[in-house]
Unconditional design. Structure first.
Length: 308
């Protein structure tokens, strides 16, 4: 894969001064998926400090309760919890249903749950695990909550994506990697490419509404993504890679900006490197593939293709 200077702008953008905002989020309802650690946790802390009303979607009850206690102790924020494992689409549907019973609108939806695997695994839904957790589950979650987001005065959807989309790997004829050797970084790249493409498609569908949808790379920060892999990978991650990464607070600052900044009220269908608007790789801009992955994503999540 050849890279142009424009493609490599992400290196400069990631180290550039980032945009910030002091716009309050008082009483704004924010739903964060993947809020028990890493990027999602930092977003929750920043939004709690800004006065937002939080609903946290987490996989682990114990971790969720600890985050809830932290937000209460440090920010006097009474966050709510919904438990869901994005490796099970039935859980995603149940979580969306539970949220619909609690809320009448959502101002901000942040999907930050993510996974990297060094081995090919499958979910009980029959999908490759990384593709489901990183793309299909947040796609389904977003679409199921769309009515609530549209009930907001100005709804914002933020999909935590990745510069990992530059790894490519998206093959519409082999989404589950049965025909090719499984490569963790390429599988991760495939999931993020698919997610990025559906962000662009969804933005087009929502262009005449009060809802925006954008993708963002949360920066090269220390998170536990990949800790589900074996001890050798974990040793490499924590013993080597972490020394070159930044603290995850910058991700929380950036997500707060994307969620709150007044100047982004009408910005949609974009890809941000932290807070800097950036052009994705050319393969992620392929309109024909984008149309196909939009349809495939609906089919694999059993959603109707029509959109109103």
């Amino acid at each position: 894969m050849k890279y142009t200077m424009e493609d490599l702008a992400f290196i400069k953008n990631g180290n550039a001064p980032q945009h910030k905002t002091n716009e309050p989020m008082t009483d704004k309802i924010c739903v964060i998926a993947g809020a028990s650690s890493g990027v999602g946790l930092e977003a929750a802390k920043k939004l709690a400090a800004g006065g937002a009303r939080l609903l946290l979607v987490c996989r682990n009850q114990g971790k969720a309760e600890r985050v809830k206690a932290l937000l209460k102790n440090e920010y006097q924020n009474d966050a709510e919890i919904v438990i869901a494992d994005f490796a099970r689409l039935e859980n995603v549907r149940a979580a969306a249903e539970a949220i619909a019973k609690r809320l009448d609108h959502i101002d901000v939806l942040i999907n930050s749950a993510g996974l990297h695997s060094t081995k090919r695994r499958f979910t009980e839904d029959g999908n490759e695990l990384v593709f489901q957790v990183n793309h299909l589950a947040p796609f389904l979650f977003t679409m199921l909550l769309m009515d609530l987001i549209r009930n907001s005065e100005q709804g914002r959807i933020i999909q935590v994506n990745s510069e990992g989309h530059r790894f490519g790997g998206l093959n519409l004829n082999d989404l589950d990697w049965r025909k090719r050797p499984y490569l963790g970084l390429r599988a991760y790249g495939a999931s993020k490419t698919a997610q990025l493409m559906t962000v662009m498609s969804l933005a087009e569908q929502l262009k005449h509404t009060n809802v925006t949808v954008n993708a963002m790379h949360p920066g090269g920060v220390r998170t536990n993504i990949g800790s589900n892999n074996g001890w050798l990978y974990r040793a490499w991650l924590h013993g080597v890679i972490w020394h070159f990464l930044k603290e995850p607070e910058i991700s929380g600052e950036s997500l707060y900006y994307l969620a709150a900044a007044p100047e982004l009220k009408h910005t949609t269908g974009r890809y941000f490197n932290l807070t800097i608007d950036e052009k994705p790789m050319p393969h992620a801009m392929d309109e024909a593939v984008r149309a196909e992955i939009w349809e495939i994503s609906h089919r694999l999540t059993r959603l109707p293709l029509s959109f109103s």
